[in-house]
Design a protein around this ligand. Structure first.
Ligand SMILES: [Zn+2]
Length: 328
């Protein structure tokens, strides 16, 4: 049996006559899988290929895309495939495939830590592990969620009491909903971006109650944007609502070191909070899966594979455009 793994606009796994695309679809794909609804993974073109995903991801895609689900052949079950909660955002899944007597686990983006309503990914045993390694470098170890949550609550409350507005920045899907839930306990109005409103309503439909937030755009246009208030926005929207009476805080796993090759600039505060696993959690996942071989993708995948080899694992990074062939 020969596996061919490629990373070329998404990951492709060829096993005999089957071609699985992960978080992408290609002209020769026989099956595709979308782990979650972040836009870098969404399938743009119409395709007859069955695309495996969760119900939540399907609804999030509909809410995010103007064209709805784009007529894609979505399926929620596939032979020899099991979906596992990946703990990254609502509906995010890892994929466990059983092919030719081998268990193949593809994590997609994942987090093993519990964060409010999000429950962490619970890895299972597999022969081959294909994992995301965004924070695959030793310096990316994050504090406990509860500690960061409390630290940020204290800071926000403090700034509000001083009379400042507070802008809390993070991805529209995933981080924004954690922030909405975390800060709704403070006795101040919360205004959010319209995209976040749409996503919140899908979360509510699936039992995570996030209704009751106000559209910042409507509030500004109609003159009822009150101060001091909390604004939860994606970072690119700062410029539309920032005033000299505003304090900004960015919530990201890159908080301690800045984005690779880029500095996190111009924010009053950064908080180390991520929807991805940190370095130690990545190592723990490998230990629990205990695979014969690990393939690493995204972020510090070369560095992480090297560290795994030092620990005695057979590990290889998957690099864009490269093909890896393994015989079993
Ligand atoms: Zn993601």
């Amino acid at each position: 049996m020969v596996f061919v793994l490629k990373e070329n606009k998404g990951l492709v796994l060829e096993v005999n006559d089957k071609v699985f695309s992960f978080d992408s679809v290609h002209s020769n794909s026989t099956h595709a899988f979308i782990g979650h609804a972040h836009s870098d993974h969404l399938i743009k073109k119409k395709t007859g290929v069955p695309v495996l995903l969760s119900t939540e991801t399907k609804e999030l895609i509909k809410a995010k895309c103007k064209k709805g689900d784009n007529g894609i052949n979505y399926v929620e079950e596939l032979d020899n495939a099991r979906l596992l909660d990946a703990g990254h955002v609502l509906g995010s899944k890892a994929l466990l495939l059983e092919l030719e007597g081998k268990k193949i686990l593809y994590t997609g983006d994942f987090s093993t830590r519990d964060r409010l309503f999000m429950k962490g990914f619970k890895p299972v045993k597999a022969d081959i592990l294909i994992m995301e390694t965004t924070f695959g470098k030793k310096e990316y170890v994050m504090p406990k969620f509860k500690e960061v949550a409390q630290e940020s609550l204290d800071w926000v409350e403090d700034e509000l009491k001083k009379g400042y507005n507070v802008m809390l920045l993070g991805y529209s899907l995933g981080k924004a909903q954690i922030l909405c839930k975390l800060f709704e306990k403070l006795p101040y109005p919360i205004f959010v971006d319209n995209q976040i409103m749409k996503i919140n309503s899908v979360y509510s439909d699936f039992g995570i109650e996030l209704r009751g937030f106000t559209s910042i755009r409507d509030a500004k246009e109609r003159g009822y944007l009150s101060y001091p208030s909390i604004m939860i926005l994606p970072p690119h929207m700062v410029k539309y609502y920032w005033t000299p009476e505003t304090k900004t805080a960015f919530f990201t796993g890159w908080a301690n070191t800045g984005y690779p090759n880029k500095k996190i600039m111009n924010y009053d505060k950064t908080f180390s909070m991520s929807d991805h696993a940190d370095y130690n959690e990545l190592i723990q996942v490998v230990k629990k899966v205990n695979p014969e071989i690990v393939y690493t993708i995204h972020g510090f995948n070369r560095e992480f594979a090297k560290d795994l080899r030092t620990l005695g694992y057979n590990a290889k990074p998957i690099v864009a455009g490269q093909t890896k062939i393994e015989d079993f």
